[in-house]
Design a protein around this ligand. Structure first.
Ligand code: NAI
Ligand code: MG
Length: 770
């Protein structure tokens, strides 16, 4: 085009990136890719075809790894793990550092390959995906170095199975592999079937960087390969992908003892208040929903706009949409590239076509033939409309309006997901008022899609659990050095027992701050070890659980200050201490031991300890490499239920309760079934100690009958299974109903683990400067 014409039209020319470097790499590998196991590529097969979505051309053939091939990879990881752990943090740091350096050296190859394979604009792979992936390895080289001193009480999990999606192929690989290796684990990673190419280059880089054979293994394949990895003898599964597959994995791993983190879908709100800098908010929205063609788990896909500025905002947004350039991902002047695969394109088309609500606007910009979809805005939707609720995973923004900040929060949180949220306002007070109220793992203030290795990323609700990045991300790849105590083997008295005297000693449940008769009306006689009748304990059922959870949801404990929570925990300690003798006698009578008084003193001490922590378990301000603060706020996980252990009928009740209350959670405690009377007695301590109604509920009865209902309950965020593996499996098998967190407890004095289990990190990003 002559310069004159360019000046006349002000059109962009094309600026294609040279693809030959990537095509040469593929040719060097014979056009076939396959598993990388024990430090070498295994012979590859042409089972599946890997395509460039922008052109439909075949890039390579790929092995569909079988169950046996997965097993082989896991064995290689297993064999390598002890030495990798023993090598020590400093040695692992050198290897991670070498990986980062080599990735930097091959950055252009990686970027070009990523855009060829995935269809994302080269601007994004070059400036975002690859640099962030490299930064992840540098950052975690540091964590490896510091592990022996900074995380002396934690050890590796072992072998980690990692399954990643196609939207950020190399970046998700980095998020998975870097922390795992830093903590001394070995890995078997399965890239997505659409986008395996950069993982293959990474495998090459591992060999060059001196990663010991077996430490990193990569299996190629589809969902069947992923499912085989989930079933294999790994110690952990880390998954990023769709909520439906996440659910299947949670079910498949139930009772296996494998630890699990899930990073799933989202429908993240993008809230614009009437005092926002509108042009910045429009530009932010371009990044929120048209970055990576909207195929982003945390995409700001749900616009909530203040009614007063809605028309103006939509008009400016449409004008901006019309200027977005769609086309060849390798063209440096392209904003929106190709959709990853025709199947994904069909899904987007189908969802948009099925919608009859609101007004649909497609950007007035040329759209090439093939796997492309225009930036789309659907306005005038109702918060309950399908497209306001369902993830589209494409370049489609849906929009609704709100009138007040309270209404904005309500609409924002009206979602089964809770991954990210963005809010725009020039009023810092409003921003800091709203950010904590949004149910999301990440909140961006006056910015969007900011990521860094030092800052945690991950969701709540059906967006999954676990964090990636930062100190909090290391939790997911390590475990306490101190093992869990063995569950108690209790054989309660089952004979006839002495006849009851004429005093009614039927205890009650404690629900919503009141003594409550069990819904079913049944109770069970509780005998001492020699058969003396000690009293009757109620048998709770599903409806009692429902009432307890309802009371929890209404209690408002999460909004109290740490100071207040401490005061109440101290008060509980005081009131329990005053009744030491009574509780000691009760414990000794139930268990036949003589250590009751000791146990009461320990319980009082636990209350003091968590009272002390209540205003000291703090978040952090992260050092992110940009002009922003990233606040890692500790928020309560929410509504907890606990199956308490039989080991110490009182201490095993008070410990989860104190840890939960300290961190701002409400809790329903299912007391030890053979020894419930210390728990029913404890409800009187609760009544006397100003604990607000619903914050603590106490149920008794056979735990095996309660466990399935706890697992399935949609109102519970977490179940703490503290009474052994059998019931853990019962709970885990049903926990996928709402992607519940299930936790098996920690040693009594491992306070950090208890406090961590009660909290979730929310990262709030606040950029600063003009
Ligand atoms: P997917 O969840 O099926 O795939 C993600 C990964 O899981 C891939 O590596 C896949 O091979 C593997 N996988 C599939 N089935 C499996 C199983 N049963 N066991 C173990 N691994 C399995 O996602 P898909 O089908 O590619 O995309 C479908 C939808 O999922 C998208 O439209 C989008 O809504 C959502 N999605 C969300 C992502 C996120 O980052 N949250 C990423 C990718 C997709
Ligand atoms: Mg799939």
């Amino acid at each position: 085009m002559p310069i004159e014409t360019i000046f006349d039209t002000m059109e962009y020319g094309t600026a294609p990136e040279d693809r030959s470097v990537a095509l040469q790499w593929i040719a060097n590998h014979g056009g076939l890719i396959g598993p990388y196991v024990n430090g070498a590529f295994a012979p590859a097969r042409d089972d599946l075809t890997i395509r460039n979505p922008a052109t439909g051309e075949k890039l390579a053939g790929m092995t569909l790894c079988t169950k046996d091939e997965v097993t082989e990879a896991v064995q290689s990881a297993r064999a390598a793990q002890p030495d990798w752990q023993k090598a020590g943090g400093a040695a692992r740091a050198r290897v991670l550092y070498a990986l980062a350096r080599l990735m930097q050296k091959h950055a252009r190859l990686l970027a070009v390959m990523e855009s060829l394979d995935n269809g994302k604009p080269i601007r994004e792979s070059r400036d975002i995906d690859i640099p962030l992936a490299i930064r992840h390895f540098y950052h975690h080289a540091g964590h490896a170095q510091l592990m022996p001193s900074a995380l002396a009480d934690r050890v590796a999990l072992g072998v980690c199975g990692q399954i990643i999606p196609w939207n950020f192929p190399l970046l998700m690989l980095a998020w998975k592999i870097a922390p795992a290796l830093a903590m001394g684990n070995t890995v078997v990673l399965k890239p997505a079937e659409y986008t395996p190419m950069t993982a293959m280059i990474f495998a090459d880089i591992c060999s060059q960087a001196g990663v010991p054979p077996g430490v990193v293994n990569i299996v190629t394949g589809d969902g069947s390969t992923g499912a085989a990895l989930v079933d294999a003898t790994v110690d952990k599964i880390a998954f990023t992908g769709s909520t439906s597959v996440g659910r299947q994995i949670q079910e498949a791993t139930a009772g296996s003892g494998k630890s699990l983190t899930l990073e799933l879908g989202g429908k993240s709100p993008y809230i614009v208040f009437d005092d926002a800098d509108i042009d910045s908010a429009v530009e932010g929205l371009v990044d929120a929903i048209w970055f990576n063609q909207g195929q982003v788990c945390c995409a700001g896909s749900r616009l909530l706009i203040h009614e007063a500025i809605a028309d103006d905002f939509h008009n400016r947004l449409k004008a901006r949409m019309d200027k977005l350039r769609i086309g060849d991902p390798l063209d440096k002047s392209i904003d929106v590239g190709a959709i990853v695969d025709p199947i994904q394109l069909q899904q987007i088309q189908a969802l948009v076509q099925a919608n009859t609500a609101g007004q649909t606007y497609h950007a007035q910009t040329p759209v090439p033939e093939g796997c492309f979809y225009p930036p789309t805005l659907i306005t005038g939707l109702h918060p309950a409309d399908t497209l306001m609720q369902e993830e589209i995973f494409g370049p489609v923004l849906v929009s609704t309006t709100f009138r007040t900040p309270a209404e904005a929060v309500e609409i924002a949180n009206n979602s089964k997901y809770g991954l990210a949220a963005t809010l725009w306002t020039e009023n810092i007070n409003l921003a800091l008022e709203i950010a904590p109220k949004l149910v999301a793992g990440v909140v961006w203030v006056n910015a969007t899609n900011l990521f860094d290795a030092a800052a945690g990323f991950g969701g709540t609700r059906e967006s999954g659990f676990g964090r990636e990045g930062g100190w909090e991300g290391l939790q997911a790849y390590s475990k306490p050095r101190q093992p869990l105590p063995e569950p108690a083997q209790v054989t309660p008295f089952t004979g006839q027992g002495a006849a009851a005297d004429d005093i009614d000693r039927t205890a009650k449940l404690f629900i919503g701050g009141k003594q409550a008769r069990p819904d079913g009306g049944y109770s069970q006689a509780i005998f001492g070890p020699k058969g003396q009748l000690l009293g009757h304990a109620p048998i709770a059922n599903r409806k009692d659980i429902r009432n307890a959870v309802q009371a929890q949801l209404a209690c408002g404990w999460g909004k109290t200050t740490g100071h207040l929570r401490a005061q109440i925990l101290y008060y509980l300690a005081e009131n329990l201490a005053a009744q030491t003798n009574r509780f000691a006698e009760r414990l000794d009578a139930m268990t036949g031991s003589t250590t009751g008084a000791e146990e009461v003193r320990a319980a009082v001490d636990v209350l003091f300890t968590y009272a002390a922590w209540a205003d000291k378990f703090e978040g952090r301000a992260k050092s992110v490499p940009m002009r922003a603060v990233a606040l890692a706020m500790r928020e309560p996980v929410g509504t907890i239920a606990a199956l308490c252990s039989d080991q110490h009928p009182l201490l095993g009740l008070v410990t989860p309760m104190a840890a939960a209350l300290c961190t701002g959670n409400s809790i329903t405690l299912c007391a030890s079934a053979p020894f419930p009377l210390a728990a029913t007695d404890f409800s009187h301590i609760l009544e006397a100690s100003d604990v607000p109604a619903g914050v603590v509920n106490i149920l008794t009865g056979p735990q095996a009958d309660l466990a399935p209902h706890l697992g399935a309950h949609m109102g519970l965020d977490t179940v703490w299974c503290l009474s052994g593996a059998e019931l853990t499996q019962e709970v885990q098998a049903r926990a996928s109903s709402n992607i519940k967190r299930v936790w098996q407890g920690a040693a009594q004095d491992d306070h950090d683990s208890w406090l961590d289990a009660g909290t979730e990190i929310k990262t709030i990003w606040i950029p600063y400067g003009e």
